[in-house]
Structure formats: structure tokens, C-alpha cells
Design a protein around this ligand. Structure first.
Ligand code: SF4
Ligand code: SF4
Length: 436
């Protein structure tokens, strides 16, 4: 008796036109175009316990895991892959928040906590932490993210930590507003092992200067653009990511930003994000897009970005772990020495898991335990979810605080819904594969 086969529970069928569809497997990442009639025919056979493989299409679908042995437990395989990666991960990743001070005064800024800045004592403690952890846990890769406030208010500390760790630091990533990148700093990027710079331009000059202004009100667009230009022209292989917060008040001007930075073509990655309004913001909810509005609008923006060679659009990624918070060797260090599992949680004091003292993280076990084991493993909805390999249960912080605060039992993270993923795949297919 031959094998009995089943349709993978991770297949997403995406309508292309009346005759054909795309089939995407969220676990393998393989995408194929297929005739509706042929796929429906195979599905009918599978329902009837189909055993023979004398059909070419069926053989190809089996080869690419769209159709699998009926005995395979796909959920178990994802769990094994996840636990295996977690156990063997040897990447130390620190999010060093150098200061909560900033030279900008952006109306949508969320940062509300006290204006602490890092001092030499804490810098020494970070250096000791990294050196000892690399040795003790046989760390293979060490990455530091320089964060703020505005991290370039403390270039001296970036330099001190980077040079002390030059033998163990793999590379670092700078999250900056881009204003203070003078020529001396740009010349030192290689020595500092800064491999990637992430900045925000919220539109062309007329818009950006209203939103991302210096304290005192002066515009910042020209200076940031000129700094980026120096890096782009310095041939130093630094990757530059330029993000724009998009809403109803700046979307129509986006094309002018693209035109203005056309000379960066092929050398930067532009991304668009949905604007969220912060505590000092003059915008209202009416000025921002909801999630589905934004998804539709962002496709048009990526169309322009790709056409001008100012960035790529990416397929959803198969995750090996959920995020930074899911790595046992990843921490965000606040400038007063408090330690968090994630750099996005620092404005929530309840996310604190301990503090750094003399190179050692003193954990608050009760708080730390909340982050351990949080995720899809105990969520029945995730066990049946077609997009589990792309989501792995979503944001742990959301899970921890939604379940305790709101008493929610369904913790599906809103950004990971199936329609959004299908639309992304369709967009990718139309942009990069169809007609090629
Ligand atoms: S997914 Fe959630 S917990 Fe993870 S880094 Fe992002 S905000 Fe933090
Ligand atoms: S959180 Fe939601 S989308 Fe993510 S795996 Fe679980 S059920 Fe699926």
C-alpha cells in the first residue's frame, strides 16, 4: 500500500485570476503559480485518500512540501525547529540606550521617561558584561544597537565601548535622527564597526522640517540629507535605512521626497511605517491611517520606491525566533542601568527585568519569568494557525501585558493576519516575478 498524503496546513492559496492562483507554503517559503482546475483536482483526490504518484504536478507539490505524508506532524516540526534554534543560539545582542535626551523636538515622540544619560561607570559595566558573557557562553556573534533619545549626543561613549570591545564586537547598528553625523564621525564608522545606520525622513523638506525639528524650531532636513550623502559617497559599505512615518498629511508629498533623494538610488533602503500619534502630537486619529488603509497605500509607495531603485519589498520571513526579546542573550540597557528584554518596552517601567551592576545583570526573577516561555507554545490558536512559521505567536510584550491587563485569552497579534500576508505575497509576485 502506498503512502497517504495530505495538503500542508501551512499552504496559503492566493487568488491570482479566474484561471490560476499562487500557492505559498509559510513553512518552506516556496511560492508557485498553479492552475485552479489542476489544484482543485488534486485536492479532490487527496480527500479520497489518494495514494499513487503518477501525476507530474502532484510529484512536484510533494517534492516542495505543499503535499506531505499524512503521518507528518507539521506543528511538531515547527516546535522542534524553534526550540533547537533557541537552544543553540549564540548571538549576544545589546540595545544600549545611551540617553533619553534628544536634540530634536518631534511632536509625535513617545518618549516620556526621565532624561537619564549613560555615564562612564555604566559604560564600563557594559564592557565587562559583554566580555564575560562572550567567554562564559561561547558567544559567536556580538551585536550592539546604539539607541536613544539621540545616541549621537554621546559619541564619546560609543567610541569608548566600541574600542574596548573591538576583539569581540561583530558589528553595531546606529539608530539616529541623522543630524549629528559630522565628517569626523563618518570617517570613524569603520573603526566603530557601525555596519548599518537607521534614520527617519518624514517627507521632503517642507514636511520634514515641520515635524522633525531641532529644539528651538530649526529645520533638519538639509543637514541630514547632506550627512547621508557623505556616507553614500564614501564607498564604505554602510547600509542605510531611511524610514518615513506615513499619514494623511504627508502621503501626497512622498513622491517629492523620492525625487529629492534620487541620487541615493541603489544605495539605500527606504521603508514606510504607519504614523502613530504621540503624547505631544497635534495630529488626531483622523489624520492617520488604520491598518488596512495603510497596507493598501503602502503598496503604492513601495511601487514608487522600487521603480526608483531606492529600496526593495520583502517577502514575509520564516522566523527562527520571535524577536530580540526571545533571545536569552539579548537585553536593552536603559541609561540608568535598568535592564529590559526589549528596546520598545523601555517606556513601560513594568517591563523591567533587572539592573546592570558591575558587569552582571541582577535579574528580578519574578519579572524575568514572565518573558520565559511566553509565546505560541501554549496558545491553542497558534497551534492551528496557517501563518505560525511567519509569526511564532507575535510580540511577547503584547502577550504579557494584554493577558494580565485586559484578561484577554486570544492574543493574536493584529499585524499578522492572513489577509495582510496574502496581499504582501501577491504584491511581491506582481512586482518581481510576473512578466519576468
Ligand atoms: S516583538 Fe514585542 S517584545 Fe519583541 S522586540 Fe518587538 S515590541 Fe519587543
Ligand atoms: S499570534 Fe495569531 S497569527 Fe500569530 S501564530 Fe498565533 S494565531 Fe497565528
Amino acid at each position: 500500500m502506498g503512502k497517504i498524503y495530505k495538503y500542508s496546513s501551512f499552504n496559503l492559496r492566493i487568488k491570482l485570476d479566474e484561471l490560476s492562483c499562487l500557492l505559498y507554503n509559510t513553512s518552506s517559503g516556496i511560492l508557485v503559480k498553479i492552475k485552479n482546475r489542476k489544484l482543485d483536482n488534486i485536492l479532490r483526490h487527496l480527500e479520497n485518500g489518494y495514494q499513487n504518484i503518477n501525476n507530474q504536478l502532484l510529484s512536484q507539490l510533494i517534492e516542495n512540501n505543499f503535499i506531505i505524508d499524512n503521518k507528518v506532524d507539521e506543528y511538531k516540526k515547527i516546535v522542534e525547529r524553534y526550540l533547537d534554534f533557541k537552544k543553540n543560539q549564540r548571538r549576544l545582542e545589546l540595545y544600549v540606550i545611551l540617553t533619553m535626551e534628544c536634540n530634536f523636538d518631534c511632536p509625535y515622540c513617545f518618549q516620556t521617561r526621565e532624561k537619564h544619560s549613560i555615564d562612564n561607570l555604566l559604560a564600563n559595566s557594559i564592557i565587562k558584561l559583554v566580555k564575560e558573557n562572550v567567554k562564559k557562553f561561547k558567544i559567536k556573534e556580538t551585536i550592539i544597537h546604539w539607541f536613544g533619545g539621540e545616541p549621537l549626543l554621546h559619541k564619546d561613549i560609543i567610541s569608548k565601548i566600541s574600542s574596548s570591545l573591538k576583539d569581540v564586537l561583530t558589528h553595531s547598528i546606529l539608530h539616529t535622527n541623522g543630524y549629528a553625523m559630522d565628517s569626523q564621525f563618518i570617517n570613524s564608522l569603520e573603526v566603530l564597526k557601525i555596519k548599518q545606520i537607521r534614520v527617519t525622513l518624514d517627507g521632503p523638506k517642507s514636511i520634514h522640517d515641520k515635524r522633525r525639528k531641532l529644539k528651538g524650531g530649526k529645520g533638519t532636513y538639509e543637514k541630514i540629507k547632506s550627512n547621508l550623502s557623505s556616507i553614500v559617497n564614501s564607498n564604505n559599505n554602510i547600509s542605510i535605512i531611511i524610514s518615513t512615518n506615513i499619514d494623511k498629511l504627508n502621503i501626497d508629498q512622498y513622491e517629492f521626497l523620492l525625487k529629492d533623494i534620487e541620487s541615493f538610488s541603489g544605495k539605500v533602503q527606504l521603508n514606510v511605517n504607519r504614523t502613530f500619534i504621540g503624547n505631544k502630537c497635534e495630529m488626531t486619529e483622523l489624520d492617520t491611517f488604520n491598518k488596512s488603509e495603510f497596507n493598501k497605500k503602502s503598496e503604492k509607495l513601495y511601487d514608487q520606491i522600487i521603480d526608483k531603485n531606492l529600496g526593495e519589498f520583502f517577502m514575509p520571513k520564516q522566523l527562527l525566533n520571535i524577536c530580540q526579546a526571545d533571545n536569552q542573550f539579548s537585553y536593552a540597557i536603559y541609561p540608568n542601568g535598568e535592564v529590559f528584554k526589549c528596546s520598545s518596552c523601555i517606556s513601560n517601567p513594568r517591563s523591567k527585568i533587572g539592573f546592570l551592576h558591575d558587569g552582571e545583570i541582577v535579574l528580578n526573577d519574578k519579572e524575568y519569568q514572565k518573558w520565559e516561555g511566553i509565546g505560541f507554545l501554549h496558545d491553542k490558536d497558534c497551534q492551528k494557525c496557517k501563518i505560525l512559521p511567519l509569526c511564532l505567536g507575535g510580540c511577547p510584550e503584547h502577550r504579557i501585558f494584554q493577558s494580565s491587563d485586559a484578561g484577554q485569552t486570544k492574543l493574536c497579534y493584529e499585524d499578522n493576519d492572513i489577509e495582510t500576508i496574502k496581499n504582501r505575497i501577491l504584491f511581491y509576485y506582481k512586482k518581481y516575478i510576473e512578466n519576468k
